[in-house]
Every structure is written in structure tokens, then in C-alpha cells.
Design a protein around this ligand. Structure first.
Ligand SMILES: [Zn+2]
Length: 429
């Protein structure tokens, strides 16, 4: 399945020297090793443009090595990592460190997102031009929104000049201050401070106005409210270059999941109402929401054990992403498999301006092999990530990436050790 070519058919993929050589090759060279993928979907490698790899600064939660290993296990061949590391990715030095580290130990391609503002403080702009020149794929203060209007306007102007996308974590802390879950009947019942939808919606409104002024590309991170979905839908209808993404947990869970005060149900933006979940699902189906991301946010067990109020927000997601999307949309309906894979390959690549992933001859053999019928249970203990913070522990799911190839080499294989050796041999030749 190759969404870029609207291709869905049975056949062989010939890989030579780490690149796609042909589709449906009718003459296999004698001695060519074969990966038996009968019954599996073969598609371009999945891309997650919103993950937290935690390195540098919080290597007890995750490292570039473990995070990209987890990504490969989730079927991903590329991720964009967010800059709320310590130090933040606001200097060429830190940016370069991540790029080099990922090249040395990464199990997938890593595209670092750099900060919009210096030290992610929201006071003055980072040197975005230099960061762009040295490989920043996009800019974001993720974890925080840029609240100051003049500063955000200046960021938009720079982004327009550099033809780069700004990714906004849409949250006015002045509205959300102190909130730990969605503000509504459930937060009232639990007596927990709420995060109002308005903190997300108002920032998107402000940014859409700045887009009209500047014409810069803009991407709403982890959309979660019905109002936000409608704002993006209207802005797209107006012709503005706006895109957005949604996380599996915002397609599956509501604030009712917080009833037991499990810190693994605490994230920003929070789990919201059933109406918001329905709006996110409808937005993903109709194309208002461009792509699926995880906001993979590893935290150590003792940090999450501090209780709902004190625990840091966020959950891991990169190893359960595809299966959870299929939980929300069984058998990929109504988007269809091509449509779903599009939202996890072509669409995220387009948001960042990456080359569109496709199975065309000459392109790197970044491939994901998916068993669409595999039934399994999500078990955090088996995660390759350093962290286990997920509210989906024990969930029964259907559909699973079983092997991932990065530039023709096996970066993950779920199957038996025998199969793994056989495939690795095939992949090396
Ligand atoms: Zn965020």
C-alpha cells in the first residue's frame, strides 16, 4: 500500500542497496533473499512528528537510543522530537548534539524541532535562522504556548521568511493556570482544578489572525477540542496554510477515564468530553485534522506515583499508536487502510516539508510491515521505551506492526528469533 501513488495491490517490493528498486519485479535475481510478507501490509515507514525523546537532560525517562528503538517497534522510521529538553533545543550546539547522537545510536530518522523562544521562556526569540540552517525541521515551544502577541507575530514573520512551519502547543496558562484535567462535570465531581477548552481555542484564534497578517505556515499540536477542530476547518476553508494533528488518546478516552485519579490519565491537553472525542474523530476522517501523532511523553514510575495533582502530564504512545488508532477506527474504517496510512506517512511528512514517503524506485527502503489482523494485549512491561506510563495497559487491540525496515535494514522484528535472523540476513544483502 502506497498512499502517495494511490496504490493498493498484491506484489513484491525489490530492495537493492537500501533503496526501493522495483515494485512487482517479474524477474527475481536467483539467490535474492526473500522476506515472506504474505498476509501483511507493506507500506512506507510510519512517521510521528510529535515525540519527546528526553535527551539531553532527562535520560532516566528516555534516551534517543531507547526512544527511537521504541519508535521502530511501533512501526516508525522517522520521528520529529520536541525541544523541551534540558537544555532546550534553542542553540545550534544542542541541536547538533541531538542530530549526531541520533545518527550514532538511532533506530529511526530523527528530525529535531527547535524552540521558538530562547530557553523556551516566551520572552525573546531564539536564533531561528541559525537553527534552521543547522537542521531544525520546525519550531515550537511545546509544553508551553507562546502567549505574547508581539513575540508570536515576530516568530510568524521569521517563519514566513524561512519558509518553515511553527508548531504551537495551544494553551493560555492565564486561562488554564493550575488545571490538571478537563474542566467540566467530572473535574467538579472529583474536586480537581480544570483546564478550560478556551485556553486552547483562544490561542488558535489569535494565531489564525496572525496567519492572516503574515501568511506563515502554522501547525496546531495535539488538537483536543470540538471548537479547535472547527476553527481549523474554517481556516482551511479560508485558504490559510494551517495543519493539525491528533493523538490516539484523544480519539479513545474522555475525562471519565480520570475518575480513578490514575496519573496515567493526566496529560496536556487533557482528556476531554465525548463531544470533543467525536469532533476529533470526524475531523480526522474529513481531513480537517491532517495527521496522527503520539505526543510520546515518557515519565519515570516514581514521578507518575506522586498522585494526580503533582504527577507530570503525559503518556508514552509510540509503541501502541497504530493499534489504538485501529481501536478508534476498526479495520481502518471509514478512511480505509490507504487513508489511515496516508495520515501516518504522507500527511505528517507534508506538514514538515519532508520528501513525501512513497515506494517509488530510488527512494530509501523505509518500510513498515503490518499484520492488520494480529490480536494482542498492550503490555507496558514489554515496551522498548524506558517508561511505562500508559492508561492503555491490558487493552486488547487488533493490528500490529510486525517489522520495520530503515534504509533496507531491519530496525524491528516482532517475530521469532529464527524469523528475525532470516529477515536480518535478507535485509543486509
Ligand atoms: Zn504539547
Amino acid at each position: 500500500m502506497d498512499p502517495a501513488q494511490h496504490l493498493d495491490r498484491t506484489g513484491d517490493v525489490l530492495v537493492t542497496d537500501g533503496r526501493i528498486a522495483a515494485l512487482d519485479p517479474n524477474a527475481r535475481a536467483p539467490g535474492t533473499p526473500v522476506v515472506d510478507a504474505r498476509g501483511l501490509i507493506v507500506c512506507p515507514g510510519l512517521i510521528d512528528i510529535h515525540v519527546h525523546l528526553r535527551e539531553p537532560g532527562a535520560e532516566h525517562k528516555e534516551t534517543i537510543e531507547t526512544g527511537t528503538r521504541a519508535a521502530a517497534a511501533g512501526g516508525f522510521t522517522a520521528v520529529a522530537c520536541m525541544p523541551n529538553t534540558k537544555p532546550a533545543i534553542d542553540t545550534v550546539e544542542t541541536l547538533t548534539l541531538i542530530i549526531e547522537r541520533a545518527r550514532a545510536v538511532g533506530s529511526c530518522r530523527v528530525y529535531p524541532v527547535a524552540t521558538i523562544t530562547a530557553r523556551r521562556e516566551g520572552i525573546e526569540l531564539a536564533d531561528v535562522a541559525a537553527l534552521r540552517r543547522h537542521g531544525a525541521i520546525a519550531f515550537s515551544d511545546d509544553g508551553d504556548g507562546v502567549e505574547n502577541d508581539d513575540l508570536m507575530r515576530a516568530a510568524f514573520q521569521q517563519a514566513k521568511d524561512l519558509d518553515v512551519v511553527l508548531i504551537q502547543h495551544c494553551e493560555y496558562k492565564s486561562i488554564s493556570a493550575g488545571g490538571v484535567m478537563h474542566k467540566g462535570a467530572v473535574s467538579d465531581r472529583l474536586g480537581l482544578p480544570g483546564l478550560d477548552r478556551a485556553s486552547e481555542d483562544r490561542m488558535i484564534e489569535r494565531d489564525i489572525a496572525l496567519m492572516r497578517e503574515t501568511g506563515a505556515r502554522y501547525h496546531v499540536a495535539h488538537i483536543s477540542t470540538a471548537g479547535a477542530v472547527q476553527l481549523v476547518r474554517d481556516a482551511k476553508a479560508e485558504g490559510l496554510p494551517i495543519t493539525t494533528e491528533v493523538c490516539p488518546h484523544h480519539l479513545l478516552l474522555t475525562d471519565e477515564a480520570c475518575t480513578e485519579r490514575d496519573p496515567n490519565t493526566k496529560m496536556h491537553p487533557p482528556l476531554r468530553s465525548a463531544a470533543d472525542v467525536d469532533a476529533c474523530k470526524a475531523g480526522l476522517v474529513d481531513g480537517t485534522i491532517d495527521c496522527i501523532v503520539t505526543d510520546h511523553a515518557p515519565h519515570a514510575a516514581d514521578e507518575k506515583a506522586k498522585g494526580f495533582l503533582a504527577a507530570p502530564p503525559g503518556i508514552v504512545g509510540i509503541e501502541s499508536s497504530l493499534a489504538l488508532v485501529l481501536k478508534a477506527f476498526p479495520d481502518a474504517s471509514p478512511m480505509g487502510w490507504l487513508g489511515l496510512i496516508h495520515r501516518m506517512t504522507v500527511a505528517p511528512a507534508e506538514v514538515l516539508g519532508l520528501e513525501v514517503p512513497t515506494l517509488s524506485p530510488g527512494r530509501p527502503a523505509d518500510l513498515t510491515l503490518i499484520d492488520p489482523h494480529a490480536k494482542w494485549r498492550i503490555d507496558p512491561v514489554a515496551f522498548h521505551s524506558k517508561s511505562r506510563n500508559t492508561p492503555f495497559s491490558g487493552w486488547g487491540v487488533v493490528g500490529r506492526p510486525v517489522a520495520t525496515f530503515l534504509g533496507g535494514r531491519l530496525s524491528h522484528c516482532l517475530d521469532s528469533e529464527d524469523r528475525r535472523l532470516e529477515w536480518r540476513k535478507a535485509a543486509i544483502n
